[in-house]
Design a protein around this ligand. Structure first.
Ligand code: FE
Ligand code: CA
Length: 563
């Protein structure tokens, strides 16, 4: 058995010399002969002589999309707004290094990637040919500047015996609602990876009752244009605890609605108070394309997610798909599925007053509620996922972990016989949810575990194959377990109704609608242990953390036990 623990020390964050302020002796703009806007990766070019008058690595570094032999290394060159930076209109060559040690004595690989102005000088170095199940250090160099050091890892090969996987899941980091201090504690959790499940940014102008205001944008405060989205990501990426966590291990990324707009569904705009200005169909297609481009620019994800390459993004009218759903294996221990339940979904049904966006809906008053044609994942993703589930037993992983945006199990929000469901979540797409659970059962998929976000509350419970209110359906065994996580900062309504909502939905065993933080799921061949970690106070940078509750699930038995 290989124990996938990390013996390498965490790099100190922030580094003592970060950001290094250097006097600008001279500035020579690098002009690369081969900087075609359509090519993302270029072979080695002349050494950059660019001199920066302060570190261009102020947004930190990150790694992600790990496989057993490859990982994406990310950074984005950016100087403070007031800085005169002629290079911002030019491509800049950035060197990257991967090493066994944090002093970069034993270098494993190095290479060069172009930071293009068309992609906001982001860098996505897709490093391959690495050893499986291995920790590495990495850093970037641009001109005379050197980035902080990050640590990342490859996953064990599909069939390899693995003793342990420690995964954090997190979502919903609204800037104005708190500091991202949870990540300072997450750094101490000895994790193999972070699964981020959506709402990395919020597109709102901010509200006066917040802890702090987000940066104002060019569009009446709402994030709408490409420049707006870039600025909002840069704001979030300026948080030192978030940077530090990105530097500590690879992240697996998916998104939810706020990376574009509250409650959007596919190519239909969602709802915000500016909906009438920004939700005309053509405007929204462009807005979504701009949002997707900025997402790519700021996340450690692969160029293959850009299904139409750069053209799909620059020509905003085309719809700009980004295919971010994926599967990756952690040895024979876990198959990790990342879903996209936002880009391809049908519009919400029966929203209030026929408007856009989400509502609580009583299915008795909504004729199309159970229409089998309705989709959450889109036809292509759904058949991809069914195919994966069909092969899951043969593939042999003990745990099948589905990371997706929101609460998966049914949750009736109205006590008593009458029902009220949130129409933006899986409850609003019940036929699609049934198809997914049918595929799990048909494939006899071992130990399904759903991780989610979106609701800003911790919900822990059992996935059922049938949510009918009949006694027969209620007594049917669970087919999997669910841990829907709270937010890093985003506010929630508090616990005044939590007990009655739990009673109304007995397939859930635990809920909390108050505390903020993240979850840690530790998988071993015999069991899953999930710990809900919550901070005392998101409005304090020095907030402490504690365990809200812990749960154990034995392999082979989809029952959540509180410990
Ligand atoms: Fe959220
Ligand atoms: Ca009810």
């Amino acid at each position: 058995m290989v124990v996938a623990a990390c013996n390498a020390p965490l790099p100190v964050w922030p580094p003592a010399d970060f950001p290094p302020m250097k006097p600008m002796e001279r500035r020579e703009l690098l002009r690369l002969a081969v900087a075609g806007a359509s090519s993302l990766w270029l072979p080695g070019t002349a050494q950059s002589q660019t001199r920066f008058n302060s570190s261009p690595f102020t947004l930190g570094i990150a790694s992600g999309s790990p496989t057993s032999e490859s990982v994406v290394l990310w950074t984005r060159l950016l100087l403070p707004a007031a800085t005169d930076a002629a290079w911002e209109r030019e491509p800049v060559a950035v060197q990257w290094e991967v090493a066994h040690d944090d002093q970069f004595v034993r270098i494993v690989q190095s290479g060069r990637a172009m930071a293009l102005p068309e992609l906001a000088h982001s860098v996505h170095a897709e490093v391959s040919g690495l050893e499986p199940d291995h920790w590495y250090f990495y850093r970037f160099m641009a001109g005379d500047a050197i980035s902080p050091v990050g640590r990342t890892r490859t996953f064990p090969r599909s069939g390899a015996k693995v003793a342990r996987l420690r995964l954090a899941y997190a979502s919903c980091q609204r800037w104005e609602h708190g500091y991202f201090s949870a990540y300072r504690h997450m750094r101490e959790e000895n994790l193999d990876a972070v699964m981020f499940l959506g709402d990395y940014i919020y597109e709102y102008p901010g509200a006066p009752n917040g802890l702090r205001l987000p940066n104002m944008t060019s569009s009446l405060g709402f994030v709408v244009t490409l420049d707006d989205y870039r600025a909002r990501y840069a704001l979030h990426k300026s948080e030192p605890d978030l940077q530090a966590m990105h530097a500590a291990c690879p992240w697996l990324m998916t998104w939810d609605d706020h990376e574009v707009q509250n409650d959007y569904a596919g190519l239909q705009a969602g709802n915000s108070s500016m909906a009438d200005i920004f939700s005309k169909p053509a405007d929204f297609v462009r807005r979504r394309a701009a949002a997707y481009q900025a997402y790519y620019e700021h996340m450690p994800i692969r160029a293959a997610t850009l299904t139409k390459a750069l053209n799909g993004l620059i020509h905003h009218d085309s719809g700009a798909e980004m295919r971010i759903y994926s599967r990756v294996d952690f040895g024979n221990l876990a198959a990790l599925y990342l879903l996209d339940a936002r880009q391809y979904k049908d519009p919400q049904l029966c929203s209030k007053d026929g408007g856009l966006g989400s509502s609580q809906v009583n299915p008795a008053n909504c004729a199309a509620w159970s229409d089998p044609r309705r989709t959450m994942l889109g036809q292509q993703q759904e058949s991809w996922l069914s195919g994966e589930f069909g092969r899951a037993v043969q593939s042999g992983q003990t745990w099948n972990v589905v990371g997706q945006q929101t609460l998966f199990g049914q949750r009736d929000n109205k006590p008593g016989a009458e029902q009220a469901f949130f129409n933006d979540g899986w409850d609003g797409y019940s036929a699609a949810r049934s198809r997914l659970t049918d595929a799990l059962q048909k494939g006899a998929v071992r130990n399904p575990v759903f991780l989610g976000g979106d609701v800003h509350e911790n919900w822990v419970g059992h996935i059922k194959g049938d949510y009918a209110q009949t006694q027969a359906a209620q007594s049917r065994a669970a087919i999997g377990v669910e841990f829907c996580g709270t937010s890093i900062t985003s506010r929630s309504g508090g616990n005044s109704k939590t007990a009655e909502r739990l009673a109304e939905n007995p397939h859930f065993v635990f809920a909390d609608a108050q505390r903020k933080g993240y979850g840690v799921a530790e998988f071993t061949p015999g069991q899953l242990t999930t710990t809900l970690r919550v901070v005392d106070d998101v409005t304090r940078r020095d907030t402490r953390i504690e365990t809200l509750a812990s749960f154990v699930v034995q392999a082979g038995r989809p029952v959540v036990e509180k410990i």
